[in-house]
Design a protein around this ligand. Structure first.
Ligand code: 13P
Ligand code: SF4
Length: 367
């Protein structure tokens, strides 16, 4: 539906009044009505870098979800204030790993005698607490666009795959949090590991549901978390679209299940998906396995260039928490700031920030 013209005008006026004081970041899964007001759009990695690169903006309005706003707060100076237009915009995947559960997991690894040879690698889609745990234990954050480089770093390999013995941070095992699919897909697709190198730690079972032998044999200990949006795509979705659209290219996000990724033609972050479609020749056909706001926007953008872009599944799947940020919430946040009232500020406490920042800075320094 077209946006309410009154709200569009109010958003414009509030942004104009704020001028350079405000910088609006928009994740690719945001609604069109919100993306329209973003100064920069991006995947999680690009937005983290953009937040860190705006020291002059007094306010960062983050149109995305809670963990992204937390990361922006960690990476910006104390003087800057980060605002999330709706505090209910969380992420169900990030909620699947709590600080208590992860501390308990580390105890299990210690008990099994493997904690010393394990380095945590945590997906950006995690709370600041989990990022701080990661930093404290010598690990790094990764996003879907640099997960391969993060694993190479963790295992002490250089780009050629050789072991680099000078890297004293390197370990034999990785504890990958909290998305089992990104962890497994990266290990198998990009690192040449086998599915048997991976075990899944279930925080709801005693000892994660794993024996000490399983923990000792594994190279990747995957946290049992997933994205419910990407979890909807199945092998049948891929087979179905290939039957319906001959010659279709299937391009999916690495948060999809391993069998979906294995059956796809290409895999990548949201930014990668956009670049791939931008470079695609006229007449090509694409089925995209990621959130629907982005797929619809791309389908509309390239419709007149004769690129056929369809959603991978027959049912619709928006990320309901990304969708919480709508034009009324954005207008409210901007108008409040323009009146000098900071609403919905996201602020990570100093102790958590110190270690979470270490882990995020390791990611930003990855080659
Ligand atoms: P990227 O934008 O980094 O690909 O991440 C997708 C996602 O699920 C963000 O929540
Ligand atoms: Fe979280 Fe999935 Fe939504 Fe991304 S798409 S914010 S991982 S629930």
């Amino acid at each position: 539906a077209p946006s309410d013209p009154g709200l569009v005008e109010r958003a414009r006026a509030a942004k104009e009044k704020l001028g350079d004081k405000v910088f609006v970041l928009g994740h690719h899964y945001q609604r069109d009505e919100v993306i329209e007001f973003a100064d920069v759009t991006g995947d999680s990695f690009k937005l983290a870098r953009e937040a860190a690169a705006r020291p002059d903006a007094e306010y960062i309005v983050f149109c995305g979800v809670h963990f992204m706003a937390e990361s922006a707060d960690i990476l910006t100076s104390d003087r800057q204030q980060v605002v999330l237009p709706d505090l209910a915009a969380g992420c169900s995947m990030a909620d699947m790993a709590t600080a208590e559960q992860v501390a308990e997991c580390w105890d299990v690894l210690t008990e099994a005698g493997v904690a010393d040879v394990t380095v945590p690698v945590s997906y950006m889609n995690s709370s600041a607490d989990i990022k701080a745990f990661t930093g404290r234990h010598g690990g790094t954050i990764c996003t879907s666009s640099n997960a391969k480089r993060a694993l190479e770093w963790a295992f002490g390999q250089d780009a050629s795959g050789d072991r680099d013995r000078d890297r004293d941070h390197a370990r034999a095992k990785v504890l990958f949090l909290p998305d089992q699919h990104l962890g497994r897909n990266t290990a198998v697709r990009d690192m040449g590991m086998s599915l048997d190198d991976c075990v899944v730690y279930n925080p709801h079972k005693p000892n994660g549901g794993l024996t000490p032998e399983q923990l000792r044999d594994a190279r990747m200990i995957l946290w049992r978390g997933h994205c419910s949006v990407h979890g909807r795509f199945s092998l049948e979705s891929v087979e179905d679209v290939r039957a319906r659209i001959p010659g279709v290219n299937v391009l999916v996000h690495p948060e999809c299940k391993h069998e979906v990724v294995a059956a796809a033609d290409q895999v990548g972050s949201t930014e990668h998906i956009i670049q791939a479609l931008d470079a695609a020749p006229a007449g090509s056909k694409w089925a995209i396995g990621t959130e629907l706001n982005l797929v619809r926007r791309l389908a509309n953008r390239y419709a007149d260039q004769d690129k056929e872009i369809v959603f991978l599944d027959r049912t619709v799947c928006f990320c309901s928490t990304m969708n919480r940020i709508d034009l009324p919430h954005l207008v409210w946040a901007l108008e409040s700031l323009a009146e000098g009232r900071v609403v919905n500020r996201i602020e990570v406490d100093a102790e958590t920030e110190k270690f979470a920042k270490l882990a995020l800075e390791r990611m930003l320094a990855l080659p």
